[in-house]
Design a protein. Structure first.
Lengths: 390, 447
């Protein structure tokens, strides 16, 4: 191990302060710190530090994403072959999916990390690890057949406008991964919606029809999938959003490791369930409703991108509400609004993306009121004190 | 009935290198140092010149802005050197100690039978006033103020810190006398915090409002006691003082002599002889630290809030603890992988260390990562038992937003209240320095 260290120190030498490649130090540091936790020590204050750092936190999220990603790759292949009437083996299906998905991940990481490195060098700060998660999330929430250059363009938009324009990691208002998806959604709607994009090669092969469940519902078509299939995720959809079981495994990792806030996930599910229940009850109030509003509330929770969004997107700590109470409100509103957009807006059969982005914008406002509460308590204490002494 | 305080949020760190409960007279410190930096914001004006002879209790310097805040010599001897830094700022005053100690005689005074103005005047004129710290801001108390209460915490919950019960057991009488003197300084109460579990003599101390404390660190911080009993409001003043200093005050009133004895516990996994030593305020580190591992850090104070000092340096004016831990200046391969290196403690659940709550850890000074933007939320709140929004207050301090700092309760906190936040936060920000800077802004802008 020592000789590796020595070798690295040797390589790093031209990048040390005072040498000619000093400017590119953040880039080489980012690579080095992935091999070794640096020998930096505390200077004052607390002389000891916790073992956790941002790298560890972000890698935990990546770990949590792995089950859904692997399933998504398999499902991509499975949907493709079954729609063609073939019966693929597990490996065959997985390889087809990997063939489609891995290039998207590579493009997303290459473009995104390239930009991150460039900004770190330009601004002279270390490379933040946030993009490790964002870069994986972006392909996972895209339709499988989206061209790679669109992935690249969405990534550029998300990193430049969604994040760096606000000052970089920790400062962004919107979730970068969803910013990328929203960009693609509004810039290239034909590649991002409809009934020909959700199954691999659907647009090239006529016999394939890859309508999503929510798509069929909003078109008032019959759906042919059972709740069990929605739960396991053997249905068409964005690459990794379909399997609620795999997402639940990821959620478990996030909640147990305390990296993702359980308050947001729980309140989001409760909010969505409550809203869906209310809509389910419409007929008993004499309102007819439509296929979407009459879709059973529990199915609302396990279909589409809701589960993926509430577990992996809504819990992004930077764009979410930051106060403990604020998180409850934030999560619940995401759930409620996701279902409202789904059911009451015919243009968007899925609402979780817009719902989270909307609440991202309102999160600081929610926090503001929670913080005001704390401030008011303190002011009140001062007032009662002054009244007493006066 | 004592006031009972039970804290749930926080963290009790169990570290290797505890000291044994035995006490020993330290080797005589040939020189002592008085360092103005130990008294935050104090700008010293020297009374004596280099070469002057002095007795224990003779004034050495006073505060430029408040001449009743005086620092006196803990030993008798010769003022050997005034060390100065940039712009002739005084860094330390080195006094060479006599072989035989001679004391300045202040006369005997019974605080309970004296006027409060007499007691106050005596405390400040004889240099005992600097033992009192003022909240807000954590700066030396001003003789002109009358605090609404005085707080003493005799239960240090920080890792590897001194046991005040053990330190005070032979000084109970002086301690009581010191308390009696303190009651004359405030119109309100004198609070004394003690460990709820112990059945010590401290629970029988008179003229105090007793607080029994239980729960994880920072349960024993004075800040926690204040917050749970009489939280600070804008414009209020509270004084705090360390228990051993109360005994020094008590002894000075009783005997007329300023006996600046300081009991220091030497702890930490890199220290060899770990026990309590009786030495003197401002003593040389080498007088109590005989032997320690190479490549280690010497901290005057505990691992969370202490001051880094050198081997040939001097102990902090106030601290009863000297901790020595290994330096962590080494690389750790793939250390960022979750659930790897579980022998390093983590309050987060991305390490398996939480499965072993009773394990004792050997800690070093490695940062275990690099500083990053503030990303993770919710973790600071778990380390903050006070009704303070830690992340928002830290951000307000970073921005220097005076109104926001005030609204979010800057007056109620001092840096040590954020020590655990600093220890646990994922982004490795220096929370204590940030709070200190925030407080300094408040001192200059609001006063």
């Amino acid at each position: 191990m020592n000789w590796i260290r020595q070798k690295i120190d040797q390589i790093k030498e031209p990048f040390e302060p005072g040498n000619k490649l000093e400017k590119y130090r953040p880039a080489i540091n980012a690579l080095d710190t992935f091999l070794f936790v640096p020998d930096h020590t505390t200077k004052k204050g607390a002389h000891i530090r916790d073992a956790v750092d941002l790298k560890r936190t972000m890698i935990t999220v990546v770990l949590a994403l792995i089950p859904a990603l692997l399933f998504g790759m398999w499902n991509t292949g499975y949907q493709h072959f079954t729609q063609l009437g073939e019966n693929p083996g597990i490996l065959e299906a997985f390889l087809h999916g990997a063939y489609k998905v891995v290039p998207m991940i590579v493009v997303s990481y290459a473009v995104g990390l390239g930009l991150e490195f460039a900004f770190a060098i330009m601004r002279g700060h270390e490379v933040n690890e946030g993009y490790l998660v964002t870069g994986l999330l972006i392909p996972m929430i895209m339709p499988v057949d989206i061209p790679l250059w669109m992935v690249a363009l969405s990534v550029i938009f998300a990193v430049l406008i969604g994040k760096e324009a606000f000052g970089g990691t920790g400062m962004n208002i919107l979730n970068p991964a969803l910013t990328a998806r929203a960009f693609a959604y509004f810039a290239y709607p034909t590649y991002m919606s409809g009934n020909k994009v959700w199954v691999s090669e659907a647009s090239n092969i006529d016999s394939i029809s890859g309508e999503t469940i929510l798509g069929s519902l909003s078109a008032n078509n019959e759906i042919t999938y059972s709740s069990a299939e929605m739960l396991t995720g053997v249905i068409p959809g964005s690459i990794a959003e379909t399997s609620v079981l795999c997402i639940a495994a990821g959620a478990l990792i996030l909640v147990l490791s305390k990296v993702g806030d359980w308050r947001i996930i729980l309140s989001g599910i409760l909010g969505a369930a409550a809203m869906a229940l209310l809509l389910n009850a419409l007929p008993s109030f004499g309102v007819e409703g439509n296929g979407m509003t009459n879709f059973a509330w529990y199915n609302h929770l396990i279909v589409g991108g809701f589960a993926f969004g509430i577990v992996f997107m809504a819990t992004d700590p930077v764009s979410a509400a930051q106060t403990l109470r604020g998180k409850w409100v934030y999560g619940a509103l995401i759930g409620v609004i996701a279902i409202i957009i789904r059911t009451l807006n015919p243009a968007y059969p899925e609402g979780i993306m817009l719902s989270i982005l909307l609440l991202n914008v309102f999160a600081p406002t929610i926090d503001h009121y929670v913080i005001e509460g704390n401030i008011k308590k303190r002011k009140k204490r001062l007032e009662t004190k002054t009244v007493k002494t006066a | 009935m004592p006031i009972d305080i039970k804290i749930k949020k926080g963290l009790t760190l169990k570290l290797k290198g505890e000291a044994e409960n035995s006490i020993e007279q330290a080797q005589k410190s040939k020189t002592v140092a008085l360092r103005p930096s130990n008294f935050h914001s104090l700008v010293p004006k020297m009374v004596l010149k280099e070469g002057a002879k002095l007795n224990a209790g003779d004034e050495v310097f006073f505060s430029k802005y408040s001449d009743k805040t005086r620092v006196v010599s803990p030993v008798s001897g010769t003022l050997r050197e005034i060390k100065r830094g940039a712009k002739r700022k005084i860094l330390s005053v080195i006094i060479e100690a006599d072989d035989e100690m001679s004391y300045k005689d202040f006369g005997i005074m019974d605080p309970l039978k004296s006027d409060s103005s007499e007691v106050k005047d005596r405390i400040f004129s004889t240099g005992l006033g600097v033992f009192l710290n003022q909240r807000p801001y954590n700066i030396p108390a001003e003789a002109e103020d009358t605090p609404k209460a005085i707080y003493i915490s005799a239960y240090d919950t920080a890792p590897l810190s001194a046991d005040y019960e053990f330190i005070l057991k032979d000084k109970a009488e002086f301690f009581q006398n010191g308390i009696n003197a303190l009651t004359k300084l405030t119109g309100g109460k004198v609070y004394l915090g003690v460990d709820k579990q112990s059945a010590s003599f401290l629970k029988d101390i008179e003229n105090v409002e007793l607080i029994t404390i239980s729960g994880p660190h920072p349960a024993g911080n004075v800040g926690t006691l204040i917050h749970e009993t009489e939280p600070m409001n804008r414009g209020e003043r509270v004084w705090t003082i360390n228990p051993e200093d109360v005994a020094i005050i008590g002894e000075q009133f009783k005997t007329g002599k300023y006996n600046a004895e300081r009991t220091v516990v030497v702890t930490g996994s890199a220290a060899k002889h770990r026990k309590y030593f009786k030495t003197i305020i401002g003593a040389e580190v080498s007088s109590i630290l005989k032997d320690h591992d190479d490549n280690s850090r010497i901290i005057s104070g505990n691992v969370l809030t202490g001051e880094k000092i050198e081997e040939d340096g001097y102990i902090n004016y106030f601290s009863n603890t000297l901790t020595v831990i290994p330096e962590g200046n080494e690389y750790r391969m793939f250390g960022w992988i979750p659930f790897k290196d579980n022998d390093i403690h983590s309050a987060s659940k991305t390490s398996l260390s939480w499965l072993f709550p009773n394990k004792k850890y050997e800690v070093n000074t490695n940062l275990n990562g690099e500083e990053r933007a503030l990303v993770v939320t919710g973790e600071m709140e778990e380390m903050m038992p006070l009704d303070i929004m830690p992340m928002q207050l830290i951000k307000a301090c970073m921005a220097g937003d005076i109104e926001k700092m005030e609204n979010l309760g800057i007056y109620e906190v001092v840096p040590e209240d954020f020590a655990l936040v600093e220890y646990t936060n994922t982004s490795k920000i220096e929370a204590q320095s940030i709070i200190r800077n925030g407080l300094d802004i408040m001192i200059t802008e609001v006063g």
